[in-house]
Ligand binder design. Structure first.
Ligand code: NAD
Length: 422
């Protein structure tokens, strides 16, 4: 294990995913060599990014790309711009991508990247220069058959367009280098909404399994960005009552239900949720403890902990965010009988449609949106059905079953290819 630099502050996210990995690896009697191999990322890249600010100052940012595994295909994962981005967090998120692509049954490995910065304080021109400088430093280790970035927290189709353009300057026009691009540049129809749509599909299946009607079920969602906002709209359209929703500063509560599209328009016009009519303005802490049927964290990691899990009143926890729940919280929630659909399945819709986007780019042939959505639904439902069966047969929670299935798939690919290609 000498390869791993232990001097960085160990992220809570890393502790959480190591716990899940160890639990599942033990269940499947994973051999020691494979155990060690799968815990160490394939490659870790850390770069300095000098940025000339609009006012003439030079600021130095730090960017990361962690490539966890390429055993099952090119590495795949989002790019996050956030002040709290650090090596441990990105390392954990990269491993999550390896397990997610495996459980979804798509031919990719896992990676994640990001820049430690506050994009809300950067002008559009600064954001573009930062993105291009970042891409120019990591691009040699990316490629349509190597590692393919996508959007994550605080990045979007425009950021992907700059990344693609910067890469294409050196390598020729290469739309397959990133997914989540604007449709005009080879993006897939349905990609922007895919993660939220997938969250709706698994929520619907989970409710069906437990005999809870979708119509009138109350849902509370933390975060209203790409994932939370789209999930809220799809669930609202499917008959659920969105009783609570939040952004980073606070949330809204109305037990009779909110119209998520109206909330989004209000936020766009006012820059805050505070003051939205017909709802109480509450804290994110209060939001997680609201009475509801379904709780959907859709913001950042580690928000449901041993400290607040006892206050969660939901019967279903659908993990739209990555790594939102600590192992201590898991235990409390499972004891209370909460049905938890783990992140590596619940939010896989985004990477599934990213796979469709990549295949469309490679073939230079584009699909209609209906076809994208139908294939997304089938892929998610197949993965969920298999996961449920494995969990039932082995009497383990869905999360442990999900990690076990994923680890076995990746380990098998490594044994077939040889250990140099992990
Ligand atoms: P986003 O930047 O579009 O939105 C993030 C949302 O979280 C915003 O509404 C923001 O206000 C809110 N937020 C930030 N900090 C918060 C805090 N401390 N408390 C409450 N809310 C807070 O990001 P996104 O793409 O929607 O990603 C959200 C989560 O979903 C992340 O965990 C991400 O890794 C995961 N995810 C995203 C995708 C995708 O396709 N974008 C796919 C799979 C998983």
């Amino acid at each position: 294990m000498a390869f791993v630099d232990e001097t960085y502050k160990r992220a809570e996210s890393e502790r959480i995913i190591n716990h899940h990995f160890d639990l599942a690896a033990k269940k499947i009697n994973l051999d020691h060599e494979m155990w060690e191999l799968l815990k160490v990322p394939f490659r870790e890249i850390k770069v300095q990014i000098p940025l000339r600010m609009d006012d003439g100052r030079l600021e130095i940012f730090v960017g990361y790309r962690i490539q966890h595994s390429q055993a099952r295909g090119p590495m795949k994962g989002g790019m996050r711009y956030h002040p709290e981005v650090n090596l441990g967090e990105i390392r954990a998120l990269a491993a999550v991508m390896t397990w997610k692509t495996a459980i979804a049954g798509i031919p990719f490995g896992g990676a994640k990247g990001g820049v430690s910065c506050n994009p809300k304080e950067l002008s559009p021109a600064e954001l573009e220069r930062l993105t291009r400088a970042f891409m120019s430093r990591i691009g040699d280790n990316l490629g349509p058959n190597q590692d393919i970035p996508a959007p994550d927290v605080n990045t979007n189709p425009q950021v992907m367009a700059w990344m693609m353009d910067e890469y294409s300057r050196r390598h020729g026009y290469t739309p397959a280098i990133v997914t989540g691009k604007p449709v005009e540049l080879g993006g897939s129809l349905g990609r922007v909404e895919a993660t939220g749509r997938g969250v709706m599909f698994v929520t619907r299946e989970a409710l069906k399994d437990k005999g809870v009607p979708m119509d009138g079920a109350t849902v509370v969602i933390q975060g209203m960005g790409n994932v939370g906002g789209n999930a809220a709209s799809f669930l609202h359209d499917a008959g659920c009552k969105v009783a609570g929703i939040s952004d980073s500063k606070g949330g809204l509560h109305n037990p009779k239900g909110l119209n998520p599209r109206k909330v989004e328009v209000y936020k766009e016009e006012n820059g805050t949720l505070e003051g939205f009519p017909e709802a109480d303005y509450i804290s994110n802490k209060e939001l997680l403890e609201l009475p509801c049927d379904i709780l959907i964290p859709a913001a950042l990691e580690g928000v449901i902990t041993g400290g607040n899990a006892a206050g969660v009143k939901a019967k279903f926890l659908i993990e739209a965010a990555n790594i939102p729940t600590s192992p201590e919280a898991d235990e409390v929630l499972l004891d209370k009988g909460v049905y938890i659909v783990p992140d590596i399945l619940a939010n896989a819709g985004g990477v599934i449609v990213s796979y469709f986007e990549w295949t469309q780019n490679l073939q230079a042939s584009y699909w209609e949106e209906d076809a994208v959505n139908r294939k997304l639904e089938k892929t998610m439902l197949d993965a969920y059905g298999h996961l449920k069966a494995v969990a039932q047969t082995n009497s383990v929670p869905l999360r442990t079953a999900a990690y076990a299935i994923a680890i076995e798939k990746v380990a098998r690919a490594i044994r077939l290819r040889g250990f140099l290609h992990a």
